[in-house]
Design a protein around this ligand. Sequence first.
Ligand code: HEM
Length: 329
Amino acid sequence: MHLPIRVTMLAASAALGLLATPARADDTPTVPEQIVNDMNKVWGSHPGIRANHAKGVVTEGTFTPSPTAKALSKANIFAGGAVPVTIRFSDATGVPTLPDGNAYANPHGMAIKFHLADGSDVDVVTNSLKLFPVATGEEFAALFEAIIASPPDAPHPNKLEQFVGSHPAVIAASKLDTPTSLAREIYNGVDAFIFVDAAGKRQAFRWKIIPAAGTEYLSADDAGKQAPDFLMQEMPARLAKAPVVFSLSAQLAEPGDQTIDPTKPWPAERKVVELGTITITKAAADSAAAEKPLLFLPTNVPDGIEPSDDPIIDTRTQAYAVSFGRRSQ
Ligand code: HEM
């Protein structure tokens, strides 16, 4: 999530000068527009920059599917051989100068665009959250509204504390550590999708992207001592020496598992299957230029992969389009 979910973030945001309470420009925004407006209020409005996951690094490589993937889904990305991919790793928040070791740079993002031979593309948009803090777009907007309505001098319990008190997933979702490298983090789809195979059989799943190098995290103290761009600089340096490899995997639901609520992960013992290997071979020559035209949409999935009934998926796609429209002007 890209959002400051710890109650203590309020103080941090105030210290960073991120909080402001200007009047709403538009009295009748849609929920996704309202969320982007609120992101701009909390994190500042930065022309040409994403409303969330503002800071990132673009890389390139290939995805090679496994036979397991082809059996689960008739999706084009699993049907043949290696598919070229463009991958943008990112820090959370809409603050493009946020130090990579700042606690609010978690969760880190990994957005993948698969480039099919027919000229179409497919997106998988993941981050290092294990669960989402809220279950709907309306609740996500309410969380931002609570942050905005809770300046440091607000009496306790302030609006954010009240919101957190009635939405326990906010705290559960916020328990994240800073990785030593963007290549040493697990990235999750959080929202459930549905595989459809060639015979029409449906299987609910959540994306899970597992680093071949294993996970490794810093203590909060050590994270705070890192250079401001240490993660963004380490990835190209690592790629200059060797490819970075991930397993694109899926956690499979069992009959009866709900798909509508991303605040509720499935039990850890649910089977995780490998869909294929992502091999990242190089950093984009000019990442700042490469990231501008890139738009990753959670609903940009092919025949054989469908969004579940989780309402956050559609809110996301609409919010990303709003942010893209604004940053492209
Ligand atoms: C209601 C829920 C959410 C909202 C409103 C939201 C909103 C946004 C917005 C406005 C952007 C900027 C898009 C752009 O300008 O291209 C963004 C980027 C991103 N979001 Fe979300 N998001 C939500 C949930 C999630 C979840 C659940 C995940 C991962 C599981 C996620 C992962 C990402 C990533 C990785 C990016 C950066 C994409 C890139 O590199 O271009 N978001 N989000």
